[in-house]
Design a protein around this ligand. Structure first.
Ligand SMILES: Nc1ncnc2c1ncn2[C@@H]1O[C@H](COP(=O)(O)OP(=O)(O)OP(=O)(O)O)[C@@H](O)[C@H]1O
Length: 415
């Protein structure tokens, strides 16, 4: 790709009016350094201020020094730069995943603190192709194979990946022609990482026609298919699903006409929305759930209870999966219910695990009995579940469902 083409490819991702401020997630590697240079060239002489930030994960001995080096490179280019520190690693769980989530959170917070509406990331066509291969290895469906999106809307910031059609080699050539340097991350050669092994395997796949370009095209095709599926799932959800007291309730008589893929999407999102999980459940664990829903049966899955009752299928929270610290007076039962109007110091709420929730008066109301809400399938309304037992204990609470149905329908669309 010639320089001019490279610039117009990147420029083409920006709609007018241009953002007044543009953030760059700058790891200091070749991709994001090239991105910074290209954006500076694209918007030279225009009213777009470019700022950059680097996340120091603090996981390698020289990471702070490297972040400092990146900061100096940016400052030399006249770009305002900030190092964002991550100190959250507790030593257990999936390090890669936690580091990635933390990185995105820190970058998003930085952008929103600095009134930056668009944050550019340096993912390339190679990242896209590698991601498609990794997803193939997990037997992914349309969503997984659509891999890395060009654009994603977060609460206040749009993530933009304008280099997704550009290869890593093109970016290296571009930087070399400008006589610019970058930092090589040693973990890019660490065989323990799946991405590194996949990258090496690409050399063998290329002669078979499984090229970076071909795999990137698969991702593009899948992203188009995904959009169509989301559109129809959204329409289907509005028809078959209602939100009742924080539960998703499906009308079983309407499910027969739905293709498996559409029902799968509605159900996956329903389980994710009810449980509050960060990620949707994997496709391979959803088969049983689909069957239960179609047959009106019951099942516990992913922190939810699926309950067939009189022509309707309820997808509600499994009490046993609610963490104790998530249950608080005022915001009861991991944010399912909002309580207001009573005396917040007058009540204690405890999770009893399998047994249910215990609502008991504290020292101010000694003498009143506590109320145990059983975890066994009872399909309470907010009033029945919360306000009535509390009122019986002399507390004048009102309760309303904290989660809105619109939120659920919107969750079927990726933004
Ligand atoms: N430490 C960092 N600080 C700032 N930006 C970073 C950092 N690491 C990665 N990035 C940004 O993310 C882009 C992609 O890098 P990389 O492929 O390592 O990220 P990733 O987080 O694994 O990507 P994803 O999780 O989205 O697949 C980089 O080009 C850069 O824009």
């Amino acid at each position: 790709m010639q320089n001019m083409n490279l610039l117009s490819e990147v420029r083409g991702h920006f709609m007018t009016p241009l953002p007044r401020r543009l953030g760059v997630a700058l790891s200091g590697g070749g991709d994001s350094m090239a991105l910074l240079h290209i954006l500076m060239q694209c918007f030279q002489g225009q009213d777009v201020e470019i700022l950059a930030a680097t996340v120091d994960h603090g996981l390698r001995a020289d990471s702070a020094q490297e972040a400092q080096q990146v900061s100096e490179m940016a400052t030399k280019l006249g770009v305002d730069h900030e190092v964002l520190q991550w100190q959250g690693w507790q030593g257990d769980g999936n390090l890669q995943d936690q580091a990635r989530q933390a990185r995105y959170q820190l970058l998003e917070a930085w952008a929103s603190r600095n009134d930056i509406p668009v944050l550019a990331l340096g993912h390339t066509a190679d990242d896209q192709a590698e991601t498609v291969l990794m997803r193939l290895a997990r037997s992914a469906g349309v969503d997984g194979l659509s891999a890395i999106p060009v654009r994603r809307q977060l609460e206040k910031v749009t993530l933009l990946r304008p280099l997704l059609a550009v290869t890593r080699a093109q970016l290296r050539d571009y930087l070399t022609a400008l006589d610019q340097t970058w930092i090589e991350d040693p973990s890019n050669h660490d065989q323990r990482f799946e991405r590194v092994r996949i990258r090496q395997a690409m050399d063998l796949l290329e002669p078979l026609g499984l090229s970076t370009a071909a795999l990137s095209t698969v991702a593009e095709n899948m992203a188009t298919a995904r959009e169509a599926l989301e559109h129809y799932s959204f329409i289907a959800a509005r028809d078959v699903a209602q939100i009742v007291s924080g539960a998703v309730v499906l009308d079983q008589s309407k499910l027969g006409g739905l293709p498996d893929e559409i029902l799968h999407r509605v159900l996956t999102r329903a389980l994710q929305w009810v449980s509050g999980a960060t990620y949707p459940l994997r496709r391979r664990v959803m088969g049983e759930a689909l069957e239960a829903v179609r047959s009106g049966g019951s099942l516990t899955l992913g922190g939810c209870r699926i309950l067939g009752r009189a022509g309707r299928v309820w997808i509600c929270r499994e009490l046993n999966a609610v963490r104790e610290e998530a249950v608080q007076p005022g915001q009861l039962w991991d944010n399912r219910w909002l309580l207001s109007g009573g005396d917040p110091s007058g009540i204690e709420v405890r999770s009893l695990g399998k047994a249910g929730l215990l609502l008991c008066p504290n020292w101010r109301q000694l003498g009143c009995p506590g109320v145990v809400l059983e975890a066994t399938p009872a399909l309470w309304t907010a009033q029945e579940l919360v306000a009535a037992p509390l009122a019986a204990m002399g507390n004048k609470w009102t309760a309303k469902t904290a989660k809105s149905g619109e939120e659920f329908y919107a969750s079927l669309l990726s933004h």
